[in-house]
Design a binder for this molecule. Structure first.
Ligand code: UGA
Length: 412
């Protein structure tokens, strides 16, 4: 099938690459000319583990929405929905994409399916996207098809999903999207637009809750002089709990969990419901990144190497990263901070400029430090044990702590 994808960020790009791998013809649409040029030259505009320029083969990119809509049967909206300071999601890019698609549909004058993939709060597709489309066009179908991929494992997650959720306004649109996914081996859940949106935010909120839950247990474990990982060994074997998302540490970051949980809190309050549990999930998480400081002693004037700025391994993304929050605090407390990350240094430089130092490698960064804090679980950081005898504090449990030279959240 012929598919256009509005937005070539992490979700749009991977959706495009994944659909092309399944034999569909893909056109990416983006407002960023430089990104479009890069894609057309076969250069990956982001770092994503396991995805390379060869995966862009056959994919075209354009800044022209009309060209993309006219030449395709389905348009996905995959643009960002960042959080605003009050927790509300910013829907400007979604609205602009819907408007561009709607105007192009007037010229196309043939049935077309629009599918929202961007994470949006319940009711958005029906109450915001649909009226924009209706203002200009009438011959279209509308779906909400959330994405569950994780950065760092994005393509595998896209190609081998646990489930495909299709919320649809009309049956015809739903069956066209179902056909698009016919080569995927996953259960397909067909539902309405708003339930599909809620499936996505409920899933992310549940996973975020699991992390804050285990972090709270970790913080209590410290008080009992026990190791949270010993506890998890026993807890995770209950099939109702499952072993996933029980890694305690510096808390969750990224472009999804914080934004989606805050967004759900915001819309719940607007509907006059106080979501106490979700508010606590966020407040546990906000404190968690700085808990490594419980193990450092005073940091003023001390030379500290922070290993990892990405919000997790396998990506160059630093959005809402626990490490970034920690570095801001170290700067505030006047520590002499150096950072190293194998992929996310450029992004870190954009945030901190010359307020901190940047090491070229883990090895060179280790010279003359008083203390090392590990904030991202990059596998290469495991070698650190052989390279230094300085105290190490683990925000991510990539080594076994001993409570003397290697200390960790959730261990005393
Ligand atoms: C998350 C979801 O896992 C995806 O299913 C979803 O599609 C995506 O959001 C999205 O909404 O687009 P992602 O943000 O890429 O994916 O990353 P995760 O692997 O879920 O990790 C999120 C954060 O939680 C990271 O900072 C990670 O270090 C932290 N985490 C994860 C923990 O602290 N403990 C764990 O046990 C697991």
């Amino acid at each position: 099938m012929k598919v256009s994808i509005f937005g070539s960020g992490y979700v749009g790009l991977i959706t495009g690459i994944g659909l092309a791998k399944k034999g569909h013809k893909v056109i990416l649409v983006d407002v960023d000319k430089k990104k479009v040029q890069k894609i057309n030259k076969g250069i990956m505009p982001i770092y994503e583990e396991g995805v390379s320029k060869k995966d862009l083969k056959g994919i075209k990119a354009t800044i022209n929405p009309q060209e993309a809509v006219i030449n395709t049967d389905i348009s996905f909206i995959c643009v960002g929905t960042p959080s605003m300071p009050n927790g509300m999601m910013n829907l400007n890019y979604v609205k602009k994409s819907a408007e561009a698609i709607a105007k192009a549909l007037v010229v196309k004058n043939d049935y077309h399916v629009i599918a929202v993939k961007s994470t949006v709060m319940p009711g958005t597709t029906k109450n915001i996207v649909l009226p924009i489309l209706k203002k200009h066009a009438d011959n279209f179908g509308l779906c909400m098809n959330p994405e569950f991929l994780r950065e760092g494992k994005a393509l595998t997650d896209f190609l081998k999903p646990d489930r495909i959720v299709i919320g649809c306004l009309d049956k015809k649109a739903g069956s066209i999207l179902k056909k698009l996914y016919s080569k995927f081996k996953a259960p397909i859940v067909i539902t309405d637009l708003t339930s599909a949106e809620m499936v996505k935010v409920a899933s992310n909120s549940f996973l975020a809750t699991k992390i804050s839950f285990i972090n709270e247990i970790a913080n209590i474990c410290e008080k009992f002089g026990i190791d949270v990982e010993e506890v998890v060994k026993g807890v995770k074997l209950d099939h109702r709990i499952s072993p996933h998302f029980l890694q305690a540490g510096a808390g969750f970051g990224g472009s999804c969990f914080p934004k989606d949980v805050k967004g759900l809190i915001d819309v719940a309050k607007k509907k006059k419901y106080i979501p106490n549990l979700l508010s606590t999930v966020m407040s546990v998480n906000e404190k968690q990144a700085l808990r490594v400081l419980n193990f450092t002693g005073p940091v003023k004037g001390r030379k500290i190497l922070v290993l990892g700025t990405a919000f997790k391994a396998g990506t160059d993304d630093i959005r809402e990263s626990a490490s970034i929050r920690l570095i801001h605090e170290l700067i505030k407390k006047k520590a002499k901070t150096t950072v190293y990350d194998p992929q996310a240094m450029q992004n870190a430089k954009k945030v901190f400029g010359n307020k901190i130092k940047y090491a070229k490698s883990m090895k060179s960064g280790l010279k003359n430090q008083d203390l090392i804090i590990i904030m991202t679980e990059w596998p290469e950081f495991k070698k650190i044990k052989d390279l230094t005898n300085k105290p190490i504090i683990l925000g991510r449990r990539i080594l076994k702590p001993d409570g003397i030279n290697i200390k960790a959240i959730g261990y005393t």
